[in-house]
Design a protein around this ligand. Structure first.
Ligand SMILES: Nc1ncnc2c1ncn2[C@@H]1O[C@H](COP(=O)(O)OP(=O)(O)OP(=O)(O)O)[C@@H](O)[C@H]1O
Length: 288
């Protein structure tokens, strides 16, 4: 089993005498966890995410248990001498995929994110939104154990935003961890296992739960073996699960995650029988 990623007494400052941006930070990210990081502008959220992503090192303290990690930075360098699909294929091979498989996965991600039409466009000529889709695709194509998302939804159209939410659900359902920063307080509302606020160089875990899940929910009635325990990837995807009779469960999931849940149920061993799928009305005050 993969170990937890741990920051122990981690501090970061820029320059030998620069002020400490982060100091004495302890944080554990276990496999399968979804973690939100928030805080006012300039408090050190991106600094923390760069440490977690492994592209920067703490000035003091240490990090242990590094998993296979992918990162969507706040600013993605678009002016690279590649086409979109060429760049993603190249990265796929860097992650160890054979070239043909890398090209296939690259094309699949561009398709999922609605950027297939730009596959052959040079990176330097991509719009900001398409460039952001490439930034997201490069992180997802290697199915990382830890996905670090720094404002990754910014600049995406609504279909791509929903697709990225689905991809987050897929990663956590598969036992991967996801750490994200997003300016929208309702992003993945109700789903994070933990939310931390960066304040005065420290990390404070938010004790109260975040806002309830926004947007439409889907209720899935399933039947499994009488003594059956819900598969791990199913439990990690749902917002609630209730056993209504021996072997019968009512599961609730945000609508964008319902196909991830259904796939997990249908591929479970032994298989689970999906009795019904019903979409509930939007929660009051929710938005897409
Ligand atoms: N490479 C760097 N060199 C020097 N100072 C830096 C560097 N990166 C960040 N800082 C400083 O560290 C502090 C925290 O920056 P950081 O980008 O981590 O904050 P943030 O919370 O992500 O901000 P924002 O919400 O504006 O994205 C800021 O004062 C910033 O100026």
């Amino acid at each position: 089993m993969r170990p937890d990623l741990c920051l122990e007494n981690a501090g970061r400052r820029y320059g030998l005498r620069g002020p400490w941006v982060l100091r004495g930070v302890d944080l554990t990210v276990a496999p399968g966890r979804l973690v939100r990081v928030e805080g006012a502008n300039g408090t050190g959220k991106s600094t923390l995410l760069r440490l977690l992503a492994g592209i920067d090192a703490p000035s003091e303290g240490r990090i242990t248990g590094r998993p296979r990690t992918a990162y969507v930075p706040e600013r993605f360098p678009p002016a690279l001498p590649f086409t979109a699909v060429g760049y993603l294929t190249h990265l796929g091979t860097v992650h160890g995929l054979p070239r043909a498989a890398a090209a296939r996965v690259a094309a699949e991600w561009l398709e999922r994110l609605g950027a297939a039409a730009y596959a052959g466009t040079s990176m330097a000529r991509l719009s900001k939104g398409s460039s952001q889709k490439v930034a997201v695709a490069q992180a997802l194509l290697a199915e990382p154990e830890l996905l670090v998302l720094d404002e990754a939804w910014t600049g995406l159209d609504s279909d791509a935003r929903a697709e990225l939410e689905r991809a987050v659900a897929e990663r956590t359902a598969a036992g991967g961890s996801v750490v994200f920063v997003d300016h929208d307080p309702l992003r993945l509302a109700g789903l994070p296992d933990a939310t931390y606020t960066v304040r005065d160089g420290s990390l404070v875990e938010r004790a109260v739960p975040g806002p309830p899940p926004s947007g439409p929910q889907v209720t899935v009635e399933v039947q499994g073996p009488p003594d059956g325990r819900l598969p791990d990837d199913v439990r990690r995807t749902v917002t609630s699960a209730e056993e209504t009779a021996p072997g019968s469960h009512r599961l609730t999931v945000p609508a964008p995650h319902s196909d991830v849940l259904l796939r997990a149920l249908l591929t479970a061993r032994p298989p689970w029988h999906v009795v019904s799928v019903a979409r509930q009305a939007d929660a009051p005050g929710s938005r897409r």
